[in-house]
Design a protein around this ligand. Structure first.
Ligand code: COA
Length: 259
């Protein structure tokens, strides 16, 4: 697929995905939803990739649904538009790669929902984030009503969702929505620095640890711990775990093979 609304740049082991409709602050139309899905499937099936960094062209990460586009949709068309956008977030969250949102500017509505579906969020000091949908008479339809409270707690999420007000990067950091706030223009660099720390670790261990967190979050705690126990038991049987443990004993850096 040739992309017009996004850019996918693969530099293994890192993939860079950039939302690219800067004239409309990268707002999301159906074409972008389809291209985003194709890119996520492409990244997810590429064994040479271990990190996905998502950012936006211009002054926004993504300003949410394309409001002008939405005004022309029938109810059935809206159903397809919103449902396919929502399913993209599930796909993003379940990727084997670690995803980092490099939030360069506004992340509003669906734009914040993309960042919420990423594993890690790094914000520019100039970023503004929020879920303004109630101001338009709708609600965050791509998982925001579920992921936001899981990340910042129900009270703070409901304040953001029902007031629709934006918060700045420092406030996002204070409430745990941002992992890190960095100077303007340095979000991708900061994401790459974090990526290097992740890439230094056992590749299978990172995949299985993310899987344990993602699957476990929706299970009762005892079942979630049992699930994580199965993942570590699997990891213990791998060559990488033997190498990682032995390298510590030998006081040397491990050499990972992903086996
Ligand atoms: N959908 C469609 N177009 C959008 C958009 C969106 N979500 N967000 C911004 N744009 C367009 C604007 O219409 C404008 O286009 P124009 O130059 O043809 O008029 C352009 O992007 C620049 O936006 P503008 O509003 O002029 O920039 P600003 O700096 O004054 O304000 C925002 C920035 C993000 C505060 C403002 O654009 C905004 O509130 N956008 C809507 C966010 C939203 O409600 N998202 C959830 C949708 S469900």
């Amino acid at each position: 697929m040739v992309y017009e609304t996004i850019i996918l740049d693969k530099k293994p082991p890192i993939a860079y995905l950039t939302f690219n409709r800067p004239d409309v602050l990268n707002s999301i139309n159906l074409q972008m939803i389809r291209e985003f899905r194709d890119a996520l499937e492409n990244v997810g099936s590429d064994k040479g990739l271990r990190i996905l960094i998502i950012t936006g062209a211009g002054r926004a990460f993504q300003a949410g649904a394309d409001i002008k586009y939405m005004t022309g949709l029938s109810l059935l068309e809206f159903h397809e538009y919103n449902h396919s956008g929502m399913k993209n977030m599930d796909l993003l969250e379940s990727l084997p790669q670690v995803s980092i949102a490099a939030v360069n500017g506004y992340a509003l509505g669906g734009g914040l929902e993309v960042a919420l579906a990423c594993d890690i969020r790094i914000l520019s000091e100039k970023a503004r984030v929020g879920v303004p949908e109630v101001k338009l008479g709708i609600l965050p339809g791509a998982g925001g009503t579920q992921r936001l409270p899981r990340i910042v707690g129900k009270g703070r999420a409901l304040e953001m969702i029902t007031t629709g007000e934006m918060i700045d990067a420092q406030e996002a950091y204070r409430i745990g929505l941002a992992n890190k706030v960095v100077p303007d223009g340095e979000v991708v660099k900061a994401a790459e620095e974090m990526a290097q720390k992740i890439l230094a670790n056992g590749p299978l261990a990172v995949i299985m640890a993310k899987d344990a967190v993602n699957v476990g979050k929706d299970l009762p705690q005892d079942q979630a711990c049992e699930y994580a126990h199965k993942n570590i038991t699997f990891l213990f049987s791998t060559q990488d775990a033997k190498e990682g443990l032995q390298a510590f004993v030998d006081k040397r850096a491990p050499i990972w093979k992903g086996e």
